[in-house]
Design a protein around this ligand. Structure first.
Ligand code: 48H
Length: 259
């Protein structure tokens, strides 16, 4: 059999278009491909929900690849260990309650397990706005990130979803654009993004679980963005809270959709 170049092109474009078509009306759109977004994608997809994750970079994994300062090892505390087990990530106990895992293996397995569960991942998608209909976030406005980077004036396209998850990490890009352009008030003390506090690992990891909530009808937050939105502490290169937060966001949305 001789290979036909045009058939390769057709295979790519037709399969890709089907993936996009299947994502025009999602149950859940997750913005940001870091550890919390990937964990949410896994649990949502495992529950049978039509979920897709949108990441502006070429690579998925956010801030997890580099562990702490490029030492590509992550630390997970006792509470997050059950999620390492769920994703079949190898780890060793460094000291009582402190587990270490390879950052590269961790990202690889988060991606592998979430896509195997049926989750769709779109890289090179920059989410530039939200859909705001009758006081509810109802989808995302997306464009190719190379267009954004080069400043080309090209209109975006829209994907609708029953829920959006803000998982963009430190910059809280979704919440910020929703507050600025949508003029919405988040359920924070002044309705705005509070901004993260300096380092306190223990307090930050405790806070992230309670901060993983619906911040506006249709919009949940997970991961580092949760602490940044509610003005809580950063926690450095410990990743249990990110994984747990992704799971909590997924579980809350699954519950809502099954009501
Ligand atoms: C599409 C976007 C957009 C956009 C951003 O930063 P992340 O790894 O996020 P989390 O919350 O899952 O994990 C945080 C963790 O990595 C971390 O930074 C920690 C624990 N810090 C503690 C500390 O003290 O410093 O991933 C977010 C992803 C990134 O890949 C971005 O490229 C992506 O979101 N993203 N994707 N459209 N508008 N904005």
């Amino acid at each position: 059999m001789k290979l036909d170049e045009t058939l390769i092109t057709k295979a790519i474009t037709e399969t890709y278009h089907k993936k996009v078509q299947d994502s025009i009306n999602l149950d859940v759109a997750i913005v940001g491909g870091g550890p919390s977004g990937l964990t949410a994608l896994y649990y949502l997809s495992k529950a049978g929900l039509n979920s897709a994750l949108f990441e502006k970079k070429l690579s998925i994994g956010g801030g997890m690849w580099g562990g702490g300062m490029g030492y590509n090892i992550i630390v997970v505390q006792k509470k997050g260990k059950e999620i390492l087990d769920e994703f079949k990530i190898n780890y060793s106990e460094y000291q009582d309650g402190y587990y270490t895992a390879d950052a590269i293996e961790s990202v690889g397995k988060l991606i592998a397990e979430s896509t195997s569960a049926g989750g769709k991942i779109f890289n090179l998608y920059s989410v530039e706005d939200v859909v705001l209909i009758e006081n509810r976030i109802s989808g995302i406005v997306v464009n190719w990130s190379p267009f954004e980077m080069t400043g080309l004036h090209i209109d975006p396209i829209v994907l609708k979803s029953k829920f959006v998850i803000e998982a963009t990490g430190h910059p809280c890009e979704v919440a910020n654009v929703a507050v600025k352009k949508g003029r919405i008030k988040l359920n924070t003390p002044d309705g705005k993004v509070q901004g993260e506090k300096s380092m306190w690992a223990d307090a930050g990891e405790i806070a992230i679980e309670k901060n993983t909530v619906e911040i506006y009808p249709g919009l949940y937050v997970t991961g580092m963005a949760a602490n940044a939105i509610f003005g809580d502490y950063r926690m450095g290169p410990i990743f249990g809270g990110m994984l747990l937060s992704g799971k909590i966001a997924a579980e809350k949305i699954i519950k809502e959709l099954r009501k």
